[in-house]
Design a protein around this ligand. Structure first.
Ligand code: B12
Ligand code: SF4
Ligand code: SF4
Length: 379
């Protein structure tokens, strides 16, 4: 028992963190694994992951004189209801992102925790708080702090709470007794790997982010590779499949920090309504929400793909309107959506757009879509 650690744990729980553990500042074993992951190209266009690769394995490079790392978890679990057919095609939006942006929420609480530690223990302590933003290998630090193990789906899983939680750290010069590491409980299970619709796991415990729907819908700025669009199904922001199928999430007693609770209409978004969002409506709808990250053009690109995948004839009209969107990225994916729907009635609209279109990539996508529709007509 350590009184200082207990007091800090109590404060962390009061601030809404439900998982708490401590580890040493010893170098991380996974640094080599990480460098190889980057080397294999699995990070795709996420250039920020390719910077400071050498520094990632040692938190002492971030906080000179650091003595301990506090790992914290905050939960966001929520179910995704099935909706009655109300005449509107619906999308899916990852559970973690349906409320306020976790970076903002957790940063504020982490600063409050850090202030408490300094006031309670010693105001001359040095330290920094992290959530996602710095070159920190969060999952491995959390595993070493006993919060959970990295599963074959690569997510950190806690035996009691499952994996629907965010991670954060306080790296500081405060010396605290470490907790023991968590052990792996995946066993022979391969459900997550079998369920992934885009085949994003080249091997257990390894994710090729370039194929992951989460990467495609959030991180990728440009066109989504055509061969992966079908597999995206109705996901418009992130993806929860490899967590939803995990038995540890079914057994968990999950919780949700109120700030992450779903905003109205985010559980199963109305795709036709979202396809019609102009800039002002987009900014209003996604204020303080993580989906402001891919910007309007990225989100509507995803919505166009989901409408295409819906197989719903009601998706044709909004996709035809989107052929005139101000963003080339949206126009090109709307063209693909029409081809995917086999919407032969859209040929005239595609041809009309092609006659005035100036963007080379959009022209190429429209020509491809027209060829698909013509081929289907002949067959
Ligand atoms: C880049 C990134 C992504 C990328 C790549 C994900 C990935 N698997 O690498 C994309 C955009 C795809 C993504 C998706 C998601 N992400 Co993300 N993401 C990150 C980020 C910023 C960096 C991850 C990273 O460094 N990846 C590189 C790989 C190599 O690292 P790693 O998987 O963490 O593996 C480490 C250890 O597991 C260990 N390790 C693994 N295997 C082995 C084997 C050996 C032999 C050894 C020694 C070590 C080892 O070593 C590695 C290095 O330490 C982290 C935040 C952070 N700074 O860590 C959030 C983070 C991982 N993401 C998070 C979330 C919530 C998600 C999503 C669930 C969101 C969603 N619903 O769409 C999905 C989950 C998809 C999935 N199956 O992973 C949470 C995960 C929380 C948790 N419980 O695990 C994090 C921690 C953010 C946070 N602060 O809470 N994400
Ligand atoms: S988040 Fe979805 S796409 Fe990404 S690895 Fe998991 S199941 Fe596959
Ligand atoms: S689904 Fe099975 S293999 Fe995948 S993370 Fe969960 S327990 Fe591990």
């Amino acid at each position: 028992m350590d009184r200082t650690k207990d007091k800090i744990r109590e404060k962390a729980l009061a601030l809404g963190f439900t998982l708490f553990g401590v580890t040493t500042v010893d170098p991380l074993q996974g640094a080599g694994f990480y460098a190889e992951w980057i080397e294999r190209g699995y990070a795709g266009t996420m250039d920020y992951l390719k910077r400071n690769v050498d520094k990632r394995g040692d938190v002492r490079a971030l906080v000179p004189g650091a003595q301990s790392v506090l790992s914290l978890g905050m939960e966001y679990w929520q179910s995704t209801p099935e909706v009655e057919d109300d005449g509107r095609p619906r999308g899916r939006f990852a559970a973690y992102a349906r409320g306020d942006d976790y970076h903002d929420v957790m940063k504020e609480r982490l600063f409050a925790l850090w202030d408490f530690i300094r006031e309670e223990v010693d105001t001359t302590l040095e330290g920094r708080v992290y959530v996602d933003t710095a070159p920190v290998l969060e999952r491995e630090l959390a595993q070493r702090s006993g919060l959970g193990w990295w599963g074959k789906n690569t997510c950190l899983i806690n035996k009691r709470r499952g994996s629907h939680f965010f991670l954060a750290e306080v790296v500081s010069t405060l010396a605290l007794p470490p907790d023991g590491p968590a052990t792996d409980h995946c066993g022979t299970c391969t459900r997550c790997m079998d369920a992934c619709p885009t085949d994003a796991f080249p091997e257990p415990y390894v994710l090729d982010a370039q194929r992951c729907i989460s990467y495609l819908t959030i991180e990728l700025k440009g066109a989504i590779p055509r061969e992966l669009r079908k597999g995206m199904g109705d996901w418009v922001y992130g993806c929860d499949i490899c967590q939803d199928v995990c038995p540890w999430n079914r057994r968990a007693e999950p919780a949700c920090e109120p700030a992450y609770e779903s905003r109205a209409g985010f559980e199963r978004p109305d795709l036709i309504e979202w396809m019609a969002l102009d800039r002002e409506a987009f900014n209003k709808t996604f204020r303080r929400n993580p989906a402001k990250r891919p910007k309007r053009r990225g989100l509507l690109r995803n919505v166009a793909v989901a409408l295409g995948n819906s197989g719903d004839p009601r998706a044709v009209a909004p996709l035809i309107s989107a052929l005139d969107d101000e963003e080339a990225l949206v126009r090109s994916h709307a063209a693909w959506g029409l081809a995917r729907l086999g919407a032969k009635q859209a040929c005239a609209a595609l041809q009309a757009r092609l006659a005035v279109e100036e963007d080379v990539e959009v022209c190429e996508e429209i020509e491809w879509s027209l060829r698909q529709l013509e081929r289907e007509e002949r067959a």
